[in-house]
Design a protein around this ligand. Structure first.
Ligand code: TXA
Ligand code: MG
Length: 314
């Protein structure tokens, strides 16, 4: 056990976080999607510590976070199409999988020795400030124990990882609330994970996008069947039922409500926090029942996470 420091995103807190990262320590930090568990992406030791802290299966590669396009181009090869996507959506909740640049200096554990790299330029001012204070690329999966619900507040990170990581940088609640969309651009464009940038917005630029990745060959932990799992059992597309903890969407009686006005953006921002709250409310083997969520816009990412939360446990 180590004592996990709580840091504020002021000058002293950012300096301390950068110092920890330079010593191959781990700092959880806010992004606009979820909190990330950051470590130096060039350090085998730091990356090994990420897998260890999360108890994460080692075959899953990590996303490399950078402050700007120039830094991204140090690690990945961009063609004209990749530059157009980056210009349209970065900084923001979109990760690009691109060919890895030779001699990138990234730890092979980050890429799982693939010849591609997942790269993201977050918009959150605290993530940006940390990347600049540290001055290098940060490997960062979501800051939760593997298979559990992703954190959207500093307290969620402390609940899951206290004693296992050096520090948490507190930047308040995450505005988007679901992880980044992952777009594969190393071959023909493919949507590898639904997330904070909608399929509709990507398709307006790129045309029809096939959905890649499946539970049999998990390139992504988010692609494994059981993930984002509360302790209680989860039932989807449910009607209100007094025997369950009911999470609603839109008008109507509910124990908790993702968005009383039926707004998918608000629902995404509330999703992981309300799953945690429902888990606290569920007593004596009660299950969690969730109202249907429309399959459009951020609803794709919400339904993807809910299906994994409801999947049979491995
Ligand atoms: O919003 C997010 O993306 C958050 C914040 C912290 O940035 N991060 C996040 O990381 O969700 P993680 O580790 O939970 O998800 C990373 C995903 C995994 O599903 C992994 O398989 C995929 O990225 N990935 C990483 N490198 C890849 C590659 N070369 N090819 C295909 N998928 C890759
Ligand atoms: Mg995750």
């Amino acid at each position: 056990m180590i004592e996990t420091e709580s840091l504020l995103p002021d000058h002293a807190g950012l300096a301390r976080a950068a110092e920890i990262l330079r010593a191959a320590g781990l700092v959880a930090f806010p992004t606009e999607t979820v909190y990330g568990l950051g470590g130096d992406a060039r350090s085998d030791l730091a990356v090994a510590r990420i897998f260890e802290a999360k108890a994460r299966p080692r075959f899953n590669p990590l996303i490399v976070h950078v402050p700007d396009l120039a830094a991204a181009e140090e690690f990945a090869l961009f063609d004209a199409q990749a530059r157009a996507v980056a210009a349209a959506f970065w900084p923001g909740p979109l990760t690009l999988v691109l060919p890895l640049r030779a001699g990138s200096g990234l730890s092979p554990y980050v890429t799982a020795e693939l010849d591609t790299v997942a790269i993201r330029l977050p918009a959150h001012p605290v993530a940006q400030a940390l990347l600049r204070a540290f001055g290098g690329p940060l490997a960062a999966p979501s800051a939760n124990p593997s298979g559990r619900i992703s954190p959207t507040r500093a307290q969620h990170v402390r609940d899951g990882l206290s004693g296992r990581i050096a520090a948490v940088l507190d930047g308040g609640a995450c505005a988007v609330g679901v992880e980044s969309t992952i777009l594969g651009l190393a071959g023909a464009p493919a949507l590898l994970r639904a997330g904070g940038v909608t399929r509709e917005d990507l398709e307006a630029l790129l045309g029809r996008l096939p959905i890649g990745g499946n539970a049999q060959s998990p390139t992504a932990p988010g692609q494994m069947a059981s993930h984002y799992a509360p302790n209680a059992a989860v039932r989807l597309n449910a009607a209100p039922d007094p025997a369950t903890v009911f999470i609603g969407f839109g008008a109507g009686a509910a124990d908790l409500n993702l968005s009383p006005r039926g707004d998918l953006v608000e629902a995404a921002a509330n999703l992981f926090h309300l799953l945690r709250e429902a888990d606290v409310l569920a007593q004596n083997g009660q299950s969690i029942a969730i109202a249907p969520i429309p399959e459009r816009g951020l609803g794709l990412a919400i339904n993807d996470r809910l299906r994994r939360a409801a999947a049979p446990r491995g």
